[in-house]
Design a binder for this molecule. Structure first.
Ligand code: ZN
Length: 335
């Protein structure tokens, strides 16, 4: 039984390597070519949400060093290396709103028309569009290789507000099961409020996956929750034996503790859209799952006070400059 080398992942070696950038596309890859699930993790689709990247680096460093027995395969990819290098959510456009299948196919065509002379990169597709296209190509090729038990995609994010790990999923049995393995609260219906996210592309391609929000951007908690969630999923799906995971019990407990006191499942009822120049400013002190009543003052913008349009719980109130979602309101649902 030998540790796989990156050479066994030629697909990923073909992705761009960006000299001078701190973070490259491939964070890590591990397999022993045994039957099992194929897991693909994305970190840093938003370049200021580094907990996912750091957690993946930790996990792959451990796998590389200790070479535990492993079923299936796991790959970790950095979503937006140029934005990660600058610690910004994005540089030109929000990468997580560019995964529209028609646009991706159009960009693909544009690139092929520019030819593959191996010299200068075609200028037709640049910036975040290029990142989206590269990720799409990887996904497209990945789903055509091998015959894993299941293909599972996990997109690691963090929020500008404080509070808790949770999952954002389309409500299917398979997606529920992934989130349940990590003991994560389920957020339903949020994906329908957002256009052209990576997860929406995956769902459109008929794939299984979840968004895994680890906690507040830059917090130790988010890094620990992301790390614990990755280990918990790898063991829960039978890729790894718990004895091969460092501090396995601590990770399980961390996931259970993170979900403590939170609803098991919520439905998204409302999204407050923010346009550039709105002057949107959330009142301080709100975290994820903070209960609000209809009419509560939540924020201000150039038009005046922003009130809660209905009862519910706040999700992802915006406490950063970049972003188009002021806040969401969610309701507990039976699960
Ligand atoms: Zn994000």
């Amino acid at each position: 039984m030998s540790e796989s080398s990156l050479a066994e992942f030629p697909l990923f070696m073909q992705t761009r390597m960006s000299p001078g950038l701190e973070t490259e596309r491939l964070i890590g890859a591990y397999t022993q070519n045994r039957e099992g699930n194929q897991l693909l993790f994305f970190g840093g689709i938003h370049g200021n949400e580094i907990s996912g990247v750091k957690a993946l680096q930790r996990v792959f460093a451990h796998l590389k060093k200790h070479r535990p027995s492993f079923r299936g395969s796991v790959v970790g990819l950095a979503g937006n290396p140029p934005a990660l290098a600058q610690g910004k959510r994005y540089l030109e456009r929000d990468l997580n709103r560019l995964f529209d299948l028609e646009s991706l196919r159009a960009w693909q065509l544009l690139e092929s028309e520019h030819g593959q002379d191996g010299n200068e990169r075609p200028k037709a597709v640049t910036g975040e569009a290029r990142e989206a296209l590269e990720l799409y190509r990887i996904i497209e090729r990945l789903v055509q290789t091998g015959t894993p038990t299941q293909r599972i995609f996990v997109d690691l994010h963090a929020t500008s507000a404080s509070g808790g790990g949770f999952s954002v999923i389309r409500d299917t049995e398979a997606n529920r099961e992934i989130a349940a393995r990590m003991h994560l609260p389920l957020i339903f219906g949020l994906e329908t409020q957002l256009q052209a996210t990576l997860m929406n592309l995956l769902y459109r391609m008929g794939l299984t996956g979840i968004v895994f929000e680890g906690g507040q951007i830059g917090s130790t908690e988010a890094l620990e929750v992301h790390t614990a969630g990755i280990w918990t999923l790898l063991t829960g799906l039978g890729c790894l034996h718990p004895k091969d995971v460092p501090d396995y019990r601590t990770h399980i407990n961390r996931m259970i503790d993170a979900a403590e006191g939170l609803p098991k499942a919520v439905q998204t009822r409302y999204r407050h859209a923010v346009q550039p120049g709105d002057g949107f400013a959330m009142l301080p002190g709100f975290g994820n799952f903070h209960p609000v009543r209809s009419g509560d003052l939540l924020a201000h913008d150039h038009r005046g006070p922003v009130l809660a349009p209905q009862d519910g719980m706040l999700l992802m109130p915006l406490y950063q400059q970049q972003g188009e979602d002021g806040f969401f309101l969610v309701d507990s649902v039976d699960y």
